[in-house]
Design a protein around this ligand. Structure first.
Ligand code: SAM
Ligand code: SF4
Length: 345
């Protein structure tokens, strides 16, 4: 894939070590995909047969990942590292990777987004290794629907994983939910009740055009406005006073608080102007946006003998070329070639 061009408006990058872009945003939040593989097959994310997985030698090793994380934290001002995938719990040596990340200085906040399968056994070890926070994806509380959406009968494992995460002190445990029209869109209120009861922080995410089947359909998408409407029928929602910063979720106090619910309106209420993300795929491709059409091959540089400063320079140039926004709502929008599971959600 081609590498990034310069700034969209041709302006010159200021001499700063930070990951600035030409719109004045600074990326401090690194999303790292640890594998493109998954043990679920969520219909909106993957076909039943899975995808053409990356070949083993193409995936960055733990040592290579730690080298890039070191560059990110010590040279580029990254303060937050989130491990994702595919399913990050499938990655061999995950605890070792977290331990290595936690040993870097300055110490970054370390989080993970997971489907929760197998978390019940590992939450304590992950916490001990240095994991600070966790997001678990849960779209339904109904076992049959769970099996329909994920094509696997594993709801009980996810619920056990959530409880174990909370018990291990990975607080606040966040829950991510995607609502699909005619499938689980009647579960906004039950999901919120469940999360309030267990002290999990729930965030609904609008479905984005990132599926390999290209099945996303704007008219079918459950919008942030619809989600708020449904929640509003059962709860009193008032805007949260906590500053949103670069967080994608708009937060609402539930029945006066202190409990909150988040809604991420990636499509209908884009937050690109506050974006602070930089992204690394499992095969070492650096992306400045989920929807980017270009990538920088950091693995090639790394394996070709690049110095830390070479890597940092390539990273800065990639982020400088970041576009203003994702363009989903513009005519001529084209989905990126990689699907969500191969970029890292
Ligand atoms: N396997 C892990 C999990 O499911 O949490 C991590 C990777 S998954 C791609 C990360 C998040 O992206 C999940 O919460 C999932 O529901 C969400 N997701 C996947 N495809 C999506 C899409 N097209 N639009 C919005 N969210 C999506
Ligand atoms: Fe796997 Fe996560 Fe995609 Fe579901 S959303 S198929 S759990 S990567």
């Amino acid at each position: 894939m081609r590498g990034p061009a310069g700034a969209p408006d041709g302006s010159v990058r200021p001499d700063t070590p930070a990951l600035v872009d030409s719109f004045g945003r600074i990326a401090t939040d690194l999303r790292v995909s640890l594998t493109d593989r998954c043990n679920l097959r969520c219909t909106y994310c993957m076909p039943a047969e899975g995808l053409d997985w990356l070949a083993g030698p193409d995936v960055l090793t733990t040592a290579e990942l730690l080298r890039l994380l070191d560059v990110a934290v010590t040279r580029l001002g990254v303060t937050d590292v989130r491990f994702t995938g595919g399913e990050p719990l499938l990655r061999k040596g995950l605890e070792e990777l977290i331990e290595g990340t936690a040993a870097l200085r300055p110490r970054a906040r370390i989080s993970m987004t997971t489907n929760g399968i197998g978390l019940a056994r590992r939450a304590g070890r992950l916490r001990a290794a240095g994991l600070d926070r966790i997001n678990v994806s849960l779209d339904t509380l109904d076992p049959r629907r769970f099996a329909e959406i994920t094509r696997r009968d594993r709801l009980a494992d996810v619920l056990a994983g959530l409880a174990a995460a909370r018990a291990a002190g990975l607080a606040p445990v966040k829950v991510n939910a995607v609502l699909l029209r005619g499938i689980n869109d009647d579960e906004a209120v039950p999901l919120l009740r469940f999360c309030l009861e267990h002290d999990y922080h729930l965030r609904f995410i609008e479905q984005m055009p990132l599926d390999p089947q290209h099945g996303w359909n704007r008219a079918e998408m459950i919008t942030a406005a619809e989600i708020l409407d449904r929640l509003g029928a059962a709860f009193e929602l008032t805007p949260s006073h906590t500053p949103r910063g670069a967080a994608p979720a708009e937060r609402w106090l539930v029945d006066g608080g202190p409990a909150e619910v988040g809604v991420i309106g990636s499509v209908t209420r884009p937050f690109c102007e506050a974006c602070d993300r930089t992204r690394l795929t499992a095969d070492g491709a650096l992306r400045n946006c989920l929807f980017s059409q270009s990538e920088t091959d950091l693995r090639g540089l790394l394996r070709g003998g690049a110095s830390d400063e070479d890597l940092a320079g390539a990273w800065r140039a990639t982020m400088w070329a970041k576009l203003a926004g994702h363009r989903i709502n513009e005519a001529g929008f084209a989905q990126p070639i990689r699907p969500m599971s191969a970029i890292g959600g």
